[in-house]
Design a protein around this ligand. Structure first.
Ligand SMILES: [Fe+2]
Length: 149
């Protein structure tokens, strides 16, 4: 006589396991989509910062040596940020924003116009951008902390 054990709860366990698996899968999909969006936005922001600074450098009076040195220093930093996000886009196969060409034209225009208004305008725009970016990254950090809690 075979000893077949009855397991009436087995289908229930299977059902709950499938639900948990779907939930985890959906959670990972949602995180992946959010990461894609965040990296794409960050890449666009860093590209804009680089374009603004390059345009400001090209349009600033060459005799403003100290200001140009500061702008070049900031450009070096922004290039590091841009390279980081370009690397993330490649590594994770995320897609850059389709608005990138428009965004870059606007950024170059902002850099050119502010440089034509003088060093005070250049500094004000850079300060404003830095504040916005800092707020943006803090918001992203808060979102990541929320996911992890
Ligand atoms: Fe940056």
């Amino acid at each position: 006589m075979s000893a077949v054990r009855s397991r009436p709860w087995a289908p229930l366990i299977g059902f709950f396991m499938a639900q948990i698996s779907d939930s985890v899968s959906n959670l990972f999909d949602a995180i992946e989509m959010e990461m894609d969006r965040m990296i794409r936005v960050n890449l666009a922001g860093e590209q804009a910062a680089v374009d603004i600074l390059k345009s400001q450098i090209a349009s600033t009076d060459p005799s403003a040596i100290e200001s140009l040195q500061n702008l070049h220093h900031m450009l070096d930093q922004e290039m590091c940020h841009l390279n980081y996000f370009q690397d993330q886009i490649r590594r994770h196969n995320y897609r850059p924003t389709i608005l990138s060409p428009v965004w870059r034209v606007v950024a170059n225009g902002v850099g050119f116009v502010t440089a034509k208004f003088g060093l005070h305008a250049v500094g004000s725009v850079i300060d404003g951008i830095e504040d916005t970016i800092e707020h943006h990254y803090r918001s992203q950090i808060k979102n990541c902390q929320y996911w992890m809690s």
